[in-house]
Design a protein around this ligand. Structure first.
Ligand code: GTP
Ligand code: MG
Length: 202
């Protein structure tokens, strides 16, 4: 898919205030600092569309971007960011879960996982929660530039094996790097094909 236009629409913390138009929507979620905002910039080819930072906790709101005037990309805050109070954290996580439970336009979510790390409880639990709530998602492994091909293969195999302990089938996954643009076409083609199915079925 060719990205002709990519524009910021609105940021907010309430699902009810998200854009009302009924166009397909794709959301990026994962731990703080995993590379959600960087990935959005990489796939859209716009360096500073979404704000990124080396420090976790940069994205604090639900951010809508409109692509080619016919679908939305959504940048979300990360989960598991520990530097805020417990009450603030709970409130914060609540609007993320509300987003997934209430946003009718959401077609697909991408759960981002840092390819360097062993499977983490918080990510496995989040995916479990997505499954229990019938929210369709794929995994995107990020920061592939940080590992050699052999290590990438080993880590992914390990991850899939852990998923297969609880899932009947492992979710589809992509391998990406925001610095080298690896995986860009695969993610964009997936969104393009899904858009065709959704819009074609109307
Ligand atoms: P929050 O908004 O805090 O939840 O973080 P985020 O998931 O949006 O992460 P962000 O895109 O801001 O990136 C966090 C850090 O990781 C930044 O320093 C990025 O430059 C770096 N980063 C993101 N993706 C990649 C990647 O593919 N490769 C490398 N080497 N660094 C990356
Ligand atoms: Mg971010």
């Amino acid at each position: 898919m060719h990205i002709k236009t990519a524009e910021f629409v609105i940021s907010n913390s309430e699902v009810s205030k998200c854009p009302k138009n009924r166009i397909p929507e794709y959301a990026f979620i994962g731990r703080s600092n995993v590379g959600k905002s960087s990935l959005i910039n990489m796939i859209t080819g716009r360096k500073s569309l979404a704000k990124t930072s080396g420090r976790p906790g940069k994205t604090q709101l639900i951010n809508h971007f409109i692509i080619n005037n016919n679908w939305h990309l959504v940048d979300l805050p990360g989960y598991g960011y520990a530097k805020v109070s417990k009450t603030a954290k709970k409130k914060f996580q609540q609007f993320i879960t509300n987003y997934f439970l209430q946003r009718e336009q959401l077609i697909w979510a991408f759960v981002l996982i840092d390819i360097r790390h062993e499977p983490q409880k918080i990510d496995l639990e989040f995916m479990q929660w997505m499954g229990e709530n019938s929210i369709p998602f794929s995994i995107i492994f990020t920061k592939a530039d940080k590992l050699k091909p052999k290590a990438i293969e080993r880590n992914i195999n390990e991850y899939i094996n852990v998923l297969l302990e609880t899932w009947e089938a492992a979710p589809q996954y992509f391998i990406t790097s925001a610095t080298s643009s690896f995986g860009k076409d695969e993610v964009l083609n997936f969104i393009g094909t899904t858009n065709e199915e959704v819009l074609g079925a109307e």
